[in-house]
Design a protein around this ligand. Sequence first.
Ligand SMILES: [Zn+2]
Length: 470
Amino acid sequence: MSLLNRRAITCAVLGALVSTSAAAATAKEQKRDGAPSIVVLVSVDTLRADVVSFDGYARPTTPFMDHLAADGVVFTNAYSTSSWTPPAMGSLLTGLYPTSHGVTTGNIQHLDRIVQPPLPNALTTLAEIFQKAGYTTIGVPANRHLMASLGFGQGFDFYFGQASFRPAPGVNREVKRQLEKAFGPLWRIRWKQGKVFLWIHYFDPHDPYRPNRSWLARYAPAYRTDPAAFPANMVMRDLHERFPHPDAAAAARIRPLYEGEVAFWDRQFGILARELGLDAHNVLLAFTADHGEEIAEHGNLGHSQSLHEELVRIPLLVHWPAGLPRGKRITAPVSLVDVYPTLVRLAGLKVPAAVQGRSLAADMRGQQVDPERPVYMELLPPKPHLLAMRTGSWKLIRSLDPDHAVSLYDLSSDPGEHNDVAATHGALVRSLQRRLADWYKSLSPAPKQAAVPLTDKKLEKQLRSLGYIN
Ligand SMILES: [Zn+2]
């Protein structure tokens, strides 16, 4: 634990070429039961909700996703289950909170060994559900915390298992390479004739923030005359050195770089989506993030240091005009654990009883969503040990570290969480604390599985430069 920088740590050949008659049968079947034959899950690393323009951000960071949002369902209060990659992505792929799936760390335990608990084989992943239902399953995650050897490849027929922290154009190429592996030289025609579950995880908004020059020219004109004032291409460890006490002035230098990365990603994903028709009316596409990013809102940078809004509120958009209402906004709080049961239900499949999330399918189709339904968040040692819950407009954050700090925020009047009102709301704090403690006690324990030591020197060097290793 002493080796960890607590603040800077971030975060087969199936080949069954479907015959034309089989494809026609699939199309008929789809009409009959209304289930989508193409299901696409897109997640973006380190993408906070308040920076995407379809969520209300004034600058046009995400014009392509805005166009999907206009025809889809947007959840404006979606929450991650944690504030860094391994626990959050475990939740997305299992529908379980981190304590119950067990991927709560991803850290250095010895000088020469990187140990991350693998996603337990005993759990049924989202990809396994689709695989069992006859879908060809393809995963391309651009984050080495999500390697196949760490259990994240479970249920995928094709998996880019050595996915690294590569920019979007490389991810797009890999998606097409995996589709070609799965469907052969005529993949562009054939892949949509069958049933496919495709998961793509992009990495662009994560540090180091690379300069998007056209974005900077427009929104940070000072970049042209004084580029050195903008901490471009710096890994989080170096950003912490340059800004030991990040404030509004630091944020003004960092934020345009971060926004430029988001705009770059949106443009690149738009290119892939249009090329492959991922924005077609009969494709069920869900888009979300693993966690957000702090840019000095609470005196820090990066992620995994707290459970404040900038770190846990994430975008969530479901686009499937053939099966869902268009242009709908749902404000009730929902969680990353809800994505799994939602996609499974929309595909007409059965959600395993162990799943802790709730299908949002009926909510999207018009049923009243309960705005008081609580959603929960966890951050576990060796990070700060924090639990949080949101119900209605209240957010409670409780530390299980020796300081036992408790804070309460009214997000309706204080969306940035700068005004802790715990001291003046004693009864509410006690009641929410009890509910939070009861929820935490009720979580099923994760199945036991031995940790996987990673002895890849290249990976270690990469993780070190990104600030994962102190
Ligand atoms: Zn991440």
